[in-house]
Design a protein. Structure first.
Length: 291
């Protein structure tokens, strides 16, 4: 099968190394230290999740791995080579799926392949990946005819068609309902089994991180540092509602809560923020994307 053949061509030992990476931005009110000396070593084929309060630099870090941003200090390497520019070997999937409404499903998937190969070849590859995300029947549909889950699947197929070694996912399922998200968890895990890609997955949803990750990194409030790393030693596939997943999620949530309170104190009116922080206590696991 095509997919397997293309995988064999991949270089082995595609290690991803984030080495003492800091990032400053110049904002209107002065300099913002977004990330402070982040170091993470990721093995080939690992599924890594990042959780942390809003504004702690998760997207910035993902962008640096993609080569869309450069670190102010430190370096990101793929197989020992410094990442300086974007490459189709590291593809980002965003929350909003970012599909082109004027193209149909298969044209969206083909988009990144346009300059690389002839029409027949790219159609064949796109069909392979559309089938992989179970959208084979919808290749002629337009974006406005698709549900949120289907749009996510198209975005995943489009990314996979580029045959990247590293898939970077920035809160890709945050806007979906819980049932659709559960199905997509199964699908992305199945795809990951088949493709052996390295996945770095950002989420606000702690249970989602435990459901999917080999390791989960908790970030501090800005400036983002690694607060704690959790190795998730649970067999796969995992059930988001199982006792063991909930237990891990609670441990991670405890680490995260402190950071969210810090974020709220800094970002919003103090009285409101304390009230909000108290409200978070019994709520527990899923912080939603607005926090
Ligand atoms: N291009 C930019 N210019 C100025 N500040 C930025 C820029 N990109 C991000 N930031 C700031 O850096 C911090 C981290 O942002 P981001 O990586 O988007 O956080 P997260 O994804 O964890 O919510 C935030 O305070 C944000 O406002
Ligand atoms: Mg973000």
């Amino acid at each position: 099968m095509k997919l397997k053949r293309s995988l064999k061509q991949k270089k082995i030992n595609m290690r991803l190394s984030i080495e003492k990476v800091s990032k400053n931005f110049t904002a209107q009110h002065g300099k913002v230290l977004a990330l402070d000396e982040i170091s993470i070593q990721i093995k080939e084929g690992e599924f890594i999740c990042f959780v942390g309060p809003s504004g702690c630099g998760k997207t910035t870090l993902l962008n640096m791995v993609a080569g869309l941003e450069t670190p102010t200090k430190g370096v990101v390497r793929q197989s020992g080579e410094e990442i300086k520019i974007p490459s189709s070997d590291r593809v980002v999937i965003f929350q909003e799926a970012a599909l082109f409404p004027w193209l149909n499903v298969i044209q969206n998937v083909e988009f990144g392949l346009v300059r690389r190969m002839n029409v027949r070849k790219r159609r064949e590859i796109s069909r392979t990946f559309l089938n992989l995300v179970h959208l084979g029947r919808f290749e002629n549909a337009y974006v406005h005819q698709l549900s949120g889950g289907m749009k996510s699947r198209v975005a995943i197929a489009r990314a996979l068609a580029l045959n990247p070694s590293i898939l970077l996912m920035d809160e890709p399922f945050a806007a979906l309902d819980a049932q659709t998200r559960d199905i997509l968890h199964e699908e992305i895990e199945e795809i990951w089994f088949q493709t052996k890609q390295t996945i770095v997955f950002v989420t606000h949803n702690v249970r989602e991180a435990v459901r999917l990750g080999d390791r989960v990194f908790v970030f501090t409030a800005r400036p983002g540092r690694i607060k704690k790393e959790f190795q998730i030693d649970l067999p796969r596939p995992r059930d988001t509602n199982s006792e063991s997943v909930v237990l891990y999620a609670k441990l991670i949530q405890q680490e995260l809560r402190e950071e969210i309170e810090k974020f709220l104190k800094e970002e919003v009116d103090r009285d409101w923020s304390l009230k909000k922080a108290n409200l978070l206590r019994p709520a527990g696991i899923d912080l939603g994307s607005g926090i």
